[in-house]
Design a protein around this ligand. Structure first.
Ligand SMILES: Cc1ncc(COP(=O)(O)O)c(C=O)c1O
Length: 469
């Protein structure tokens, strides 16, 4: 989080930390035009739905850390389970026929929770490494089937799949790769499903037909024999919280299946309750992916962890040696890290024990409705998303949907105004994203919406004052 209001913390320790951070920590996704001057806000404490900065200011966490602290902050039982595991056996290899108890338990638990035929789990360190490992495994799978030309992965513009080299190449947010290289020979990007900005005059159903037709045309052009997989977030997250037209995912999957193209659901954000179910693919979108990737909410951010859930059919190939003496030579030192797996097991226990998915199904629609009430503000062009995965798109003109100039920093302005009033939301360009811990209740929603109401009013006034409206 970098806001225009950041200033060096006052206490000696905090001041020194702020300086060390500014001098030595290369922050991901940070705007250096602000960073060199303002540094970062240091978040030092957390509890439930709150976080606290180095000044002792308390904020409602409206972004669950970074779409991940699903069960909320400060869960002592997760910390305790991790401490016990770290003391008993913090780490040992999972290569070469070695394993550990938490990894075995977690793999079995994920197989139980996942759609029926996803019974095999490859562990990684987060979402990017899960996606990266997946592409490698998918290529290996088709090589083993004697179809070595099946290499290309279909992704979508504005998709976010991470920033390892392959995951960054799958990512379709153009600005994410400005002046970085991508592995373009491996990836083709289709259109994103953007209902708000769909071609004028097209109904939702026609728009869905249009997107499915684009997939069919792309397969025709590239050749199914050259395409390995299609990867999609059930709801596109960082690319703008874009909900696809009804029926889109199931139809895209049907086309893929007809052409032996694997369907990979990137559930890094949607997994573990954000849409009211442990996995959204089948429960919400009626798809049965060949592979589901998850991370973030898997451990609620208490420890780094990613997992790739693989179908029985694919495992039948991966689980056979490629040649005498051959091994499945891919994996990470920390695949199945016992402390991370213990955190995930405890996290899942909490999700189940406390009925967190049911809370999301109950409070989520209320949150959606209450956010809709902000539509009267001049800059609020679209309020969208589902359950605990929401965004507001700011515009200069609601009829033409024209955007404000980048230098107006409208998303930053709204976030800063909210933060002044005790709420952290995430600015992404002209958008503001709200992706809270899954333990918000209706009272919290009311407080949040009242803060946002003031924040949007203050933003509109400041944009007017600066001549942007
Ligand atoms: C859908 C999706 N996939 C993958 C990733 C990458 O995960 P990580 O940052 O853990 O590598 C993210 C991160 O936000 C994501 O939203």
């Amino acid at each position: 989080m970098t806001t225009a209001t950041s200033t060096p913390p006052q206490t000696l320790d905090a001041q020194s930390l702020w300086q060390k951070d500014k001098d030595h920590f290369i922050h991901p996704f940070t705007d250096f035009s602000l960073f060199h001057d303002k540094g970062c806000d240091l978040i030092t404490d957390s509890d439930g739905i709150y976080v606290e900065d180095a000044y002792g200011n308390r904020f409602i966490d409206g972004i669950a850390g970074l779409w991940c602290v699903n069960v909320g902050h400060g869960r002592a039982e997760i910390g305790q389970a991790m401490a016990e595991q770290a003391t008993r056996m913090a780490y040992f290899s999972t290569f070469n026929n070695l394993s550990n108890a938490p990894a075995a338990e977690l793999a079995a638990k994920l197989a139980e929770l996942a759609p029926t035929n996803l019974n095999h789990v490859f562990f990684s360190c987060g979402g990017s490494t899960a996606n990266d490992a997946t592409v490698r495994l998918v290529h290996y799978y088709f090589n083993r089937l004697g179809k070595p030309n099946k290499k290309r992965i279909l992704s979508r513009h504005n998709a976010y799949h991470g920033t390892t080299y392959l995951a960054a190449s799958l990512t379709g947010i153009e600005s994410n790769n400005w002046d970085f290289d991508t592995l373009d020979h491996l990836v083709t990007h289709l259109s994103e499903a953007n209902l708000y900005r769909r071609p004028q005059g097209m109904s939702e159903a026609e728009y869905c037909d249009h997107l499915v037709a684009e997939l069919e045309e792309t397969i025709e052009r590239i050749g199914a024999e050259n395409i390995a997989a299609f990867i999609a977030e059930p709801i596109m997250g960082a690319g703008g919280v874009l909900v696809a037209p009804r029926g889109y995912h199931a139809r895209m999957q049907a086309v893929c299946r007809a052409h032996e193209i694997l369907y990979i659901a990137d559930e890094v954000v949607t997994g573990f309750g954000r849409l009211g179910h442990v996995f959204a693919s089948e429960a919400v979108f009626d798809t049965r992916p060949d592979i589901i990737n998850c991370a973030k909410g898997l451990s609620s951010g208490y420890a780094p962890l990613g997992a790739t859930l693989i179908s029985d059919e694919i495992y039948a190939v991966l689980g056979t040696p490629q040649r005498k003496g051959g091994v499945l030579s891919t994996g990470f030192t920390y695949s199945g890290h016992p402390v991370s797996c213990v955190a995930a097991l405890k996290n899942i226990e909490i999700i189940e024990r406390e009925g967190i998915c049911a809370n999301v199904r109950e409070v989520g629609p209320y949150l959606e409705r209450q956010l809709e009430t902000l539509s009267h503000h001049d800059t609020v062009g679209d309020v969208r998303g589902s359950h605990f995965m929401l965004a507001i798109e700011n515009v200069a003109d609601k009829t033409s949907k024209e955007l404000l100039p980048v230098e107006a920093r409208v998303g930053d302005r709204v976030a800063a105004e909210a933060q002044k009033r005790g709420l952290i939301i995430r600015p992404v360009g002209h958008l503001n994203i709200i992706s809270p811990p899954l333990i918000w209740d209706r009272d919290v929603v009311d407080r949040v919406v009242s803060i946002l109401d003031e924040a949007f009013a203050a933003t509109t006034a400041s944009l007017r004052k600066d001549g942007y409206l």
